[in-house]
Write a new protein. Structure first.
Lengths: 297, 297, 297, 297, 297, 297
């Protein structure tokens, strides 16, 4: 069960209101790499996890991410605080209010007009948060890798926001949040490698004849070799004929059909056949204005 | 530029039609861990990539994933081939057609009624594919980790589908596709570690005082220690007072407001104040049927 | 800041595994009336709220809803526990595994194949949770009404789930969760009516000439009178001519255009004019197979 | 059945074209609180409603909301009329056209480039309208509360738009639309309270021991009392131990498993165990550039 | 402005309740090819249309499609009427209610549990209606073609539903709705070809050297010729070298960068370079369990 | 199977970086009328197609559209190349970086902050690509019409982008892409009319008595006649009584219910009846501040 204390995990000190900066911050509130996605990613994994160590870790980090959601949402709220009252109270002449809204820039108009200046679960472009951002699948050797990657992405978005903000209090809080992603990545790395073996993920082994093949499907100027396709690590295939039907078969699909299925399909084929030997007049011909066809006589 | 050969990368041999199995296969066609997501993930990264080695690798693998999309989509098509014609041609008495559709099971009714038996870009539950499944952010130390995780997830979903399928031809093709994910994961791993250093991802270092702290936010029975929070690797914090305002401040947010902003906010506060000393009659009171309030006299 | 205790707010006792029942429970985990929607609705309102009493209440209830998310997610996890391992470990012959999956019923196949038996942020039909479910707009006289309605809806969905479940432990926990929605509705009712006046919501008054008009736009058999359109409460308009242009104007739109705008629009009008005096041959004519038009000579 | 008259319910008089203002208006066309959401909310309820009075009222209001959709969409069309032709006819030198588009501001570029200046079913940020905005569940004591709240929200968004618009004709029409929301709210209020009792919504009573408890989950500076948690109305719980397992049980989940389920889960647990006593080298170690681990020897 | 009459455009006579059939009908209520999509497609086009003839036609057909939405939604309501009360009133023992719900089949559980048996704006798989289904772009030579195609699709879905339904009253009403799509297609065809010329759509002509080229990008067994790529109509290109850089250039992208941009990019390139000459140890190596690397010494 | 060559189908020459222009180009990358939608539309049709000619054509065009996706994505990448490094490397003082980002305009902030300057599968407003854009249903007489319409729409969006771009290299490449849509439309036209008959689409004929009726549902000033509703082509119905229940029935819905269903519905009706003869006090009354009702005594 959760409990809450009204003190934040990190003190938020905002120098002055700035609705456009507020809007960029939404990227880490309701954006794909943001704190709600992080919290829900780990929380849903925790609920299905039976390994006691991982379950505890996932709950620890999920709870901290919820606390980060609170910090970043509070930053949004502070940056919008000045603008919030104006629209609600009609405190300005309308033409001036319109100019101010437009002048704030980027998509902050959505935050102000639709959400009243509060933090909304959207990214900085107004895209609604969706659970499609969460990629947990219930297998730890995959989920922990997903978590490692998610922490890396979140770290980068914080870095970009820091590079855009001169407000020292906001930079300080963003720096804290960014650092915690580094720490969480380390925990997930330890938890992944504490499972041995963890590669390949899951249980079924691969087919040995295809597991170390590198298929050079993109060719031409720019073809490169490196450890990711080196002869040391991979069997490098460049002959395009060899990519086709790598099983050695025809490469053509087959299925068994019973007589009724065949008959029905033949009927459909006949009804919908595009006659390759015709040269029909078409709607484009009628509409191209090149002849009298456009009007029926 | 792309070119296409009508032979598949792997021969698809389906023993008999099975719309319900077809529908499960959509998970790897238009599902979040499926081949379109994979192909588009690597392709969009490739277009923005300047490093020649990574660009080449991303194009190679993206092109192969498109070829896998073709293989899995062809499996769907073959498994649905028998059902496809029936609905189109009205080949059965309606009550029988309804029973057959219902009997096929799971969400295959959507595939049949809406998509005419063709492979649709949905998952097995009919959820439309969305670009929210793609988490590329344009920083290779994050994106390569995302790719590693994505390959791990795709490998697992193939494994589950194999565990559900007794058709030897389908199992064979799924085994091939599963194996290629293992191979791709290896390439991405090599490419990631060929960047040194790659941790922490990006450029900005973390704040050292917070980078190795483990915050034990979830407590009570079930608290565990392990390498992910061991004293060897982390500073372990369990005292809840120490989590609050880890910067040492008040934990309360602050922002500077000018006089007009303050005045407007005060006006809004007054207008919208919930009086804590009142005990108002409410709509719930009116509707609870416990007194005469429900009817105005 | 949040903290977590591993004990649930209510003990979950599940009699036996049932993946189909698990799937129905997702309605209150990742469905539109579910606990994540509730928690995020109140949490985002709290972050933007300046009134100290409402802020405290919103944080209290948001935190409790997160704890309910944990309870309902744990129910899902328990109900799926038996099925979870089978697919992961390939513990059954494939044809049998397929039959079991199909037999479980409804959309539980998505939960099992894609999410590995864990609680996913979808509704019972696999629809991904979206922030579009949250309707907070940052004005308390509207948001509190939204919260009252949300609690009423959640109460009903729990009631329906209880009506579908014979498992006594699940019924007991659902009954608790349902009851808490009643309690929360009461708190929101009190908080709304502790704002006086709160109707009409917001600040601007309506135009008096239109505020008490009832427009009887749907007529014919079934027209009814009641307090919602009674003469006591409303001016009842049934004459359709009186609905048109209720301002007394033409009902036709107008806008001023400068000369260049007019010229460009005239050019576009000319280019795209559908000639009402023609009777052109069309694509449908070409395709209706009624004449020789289909083939060009 | 519906019929249509080409005169609007309210005359739209727009002083001059303004694509940025047009774009803000989309909030009430295709936004979450807009007129399509309103019309569809009431229309879908009406179709399932058996109570003749409510059915009639829902059809009346749904039909009027469709007419409001027409009014607000016409405003969008008029405000965009000048810009519409330019892009279509290529009436300006391209660099100038680009500057004009950028200068119009906010997200009006989407409306112009993608939708050709017409009203699109998106909000002002380009977010596509989704049926997730509609929260009808088919129980009148919940749905009528949802409708009351929806009218309150729509009223507020109109108020904000009025505060942003100096154009007298637009303000006049928006004022009409805003006023009608007030009137509709009154009808829904009357219809709700004409059901007695209507609280708690639905049929099942709550568990009395939990129905009037207020759980003070958020504590610390800022804790407040008010009618929403007063001792008069609620049993106020602040002791955190008392929130855990409010049923008096262990707070730990339980489920019965058969032998095969247990065996499979044990196998999975063993395969995926994160060894808490290990201290494995990780990918982060390999990538941190602190030692020779990054390169295999 | 709209008006409504409570009589339907077509009488709905349903023989007996059938929740699974009801659910399939949702395909034409809230599905991509359904009546809401049709009504909104034409209505939004009408609002932006300046040509009086097309505007009138679009309003006529939009209004009729709303009336069709009412017919199909009423069918859903009638088919669900029996099930509706049971869940609401708890009229059955729970285990029986669960069996009935499961037995109804397909995704009707969502309609019953979440939507209370009412018609919801989802397709038959529970996918929420989205404005992404509407493809209007504000150019009549494109939009009329889109409308023609939309009517064709809707006709087919009705045909499939008719093929699934033995209930004579439902078949009769579906037959009417299907027929009206045919009629609407004819109107849109006439309106399109009443614009001359209408091909190519829009204003800009194509580049003549590329307008009649057919690029044979997919080769191998199955290559076919027909009127769509015949020598009579097209210049047929099969030489893959000729597809590359069809402008005669290098096929490689170029952009001018200033010095600072170049310097920054070089810095980024250096920081993120994947060294092609290395062979780093990777996370997969650590996790493959093939050596002692998994544990740090 | 697909193969790739690193040379583009058309050489991309960008004069100078321009993030705002880059963002507009996303409309044809990840927008509804863009190249991914085109490629996936034809590719999914091809996989389900049995007619060898159409299958070949669909694969040819799908493969070319993927190559166009590469061209337009490369344009985005080139236009963003200058901005890309700055945010990643923190190459500018933060206040300056913020001003530059804001100054770039439209929604390019999302592309830069979230996607790191790479082409993302969104439209120019940040809306995530969704498979809801694809309307294939597996019947060629419908799908080919959909394809014709899709090519027409894509042609128009390219035309608008050309009208916004002064950069000669970008205009040149866009002109090529626009021209290819014209060519593809011609192929699809030929393929459609090579099926005879193709109207009405599908197999079932319409009901003759309704197939040529034009229902004049929108009346009043602006009513027009043209070939789309002429007496020559249609039976024109203007009498509103004649639209109601066109089958000649009551226009009222009917369904048979068994006794238990009736009893349950009656119970529900009684429980949820809105009493039309009451005039209850409501929440709006309590909140309107017009009397003493707001406070309980």
């Amino acid at each position: 069960m959760f409990a809450h204390n009204k003190r934040l995990q990190y003190t938020v000190r905002v120098a002055e209101c700035n609705p456009a900066l507020a809007n960029l911050m939404l990227e880490q509130f309701g954006g794909p790499q943001g704190e709600l996605a992080a919290a829900m990613r780990y929380f849903t994994q925790a609920l299905a996890e039976d390994d006691p160590g991982r379950k505890d870790m996932l709950l620890d980090i999920a709870t901290e991410e919820l606390s980060h959601l609170e910090v970043i949402g509070t930053i949004v709220g502070m940056l919008n605080k000045g603008a919030k009252g104006k629209l609600a109270e009609g405190a300005e002449e309308q033409a001036q209010a319109f100019r101010e809204l437009q002048g704030a820039g980027n998509d902050s108009h959505v935050t102000q007009v639709l959400y009243g200046g509060g933090p909304a679960l959207t990214n900085s472009g107004g895209q609604l948060w969706t659970a499609g951002y969460i990629d947990s699948i219930g297998e730890p050797t995959a989920d922990l890798r997903s978590n490692i990657a998610a922490e890396a992405r979140a770290k980068i978005i914080y870095e970009r926001l820091i590079n855009l903000t001169a407000d020292p209090g906001v930079r300080d809080a963003l720096g804290f949040l960014m650092t915690r992603e580094i720490s969480h990545q380390q925990s997930f790395e330890k938890a992944l490698y504490a499972i041995q073996p963890n590669f390949p993920p899951g249980k079924l082994p691969g087919k040995p004849e295809f597991a170390n093949v590198y298929v050079n499907t993109s060719q031409g100027e720019g073809d490169m070799r490196g450890p990711w396709n080196s002869d040391e690590n991979f069997q490098f295939l460049s002959d395009r004929e060899k990519f086709l039907a790598m099983d050695g078969g025809s490469g053509m699909p087959e299925v068994s059909l019973d007589k009724q299925q065949q008959a029905t399909l033949m009927q459909m084929a006949k009804r919908t056949r595009s006659d390759p030997s015709s040269n029909p007049e078409t709607g484009a011909d009628l509409g191209s204005g090149t002849g009298p066809q456009g009007t029926r006589h």
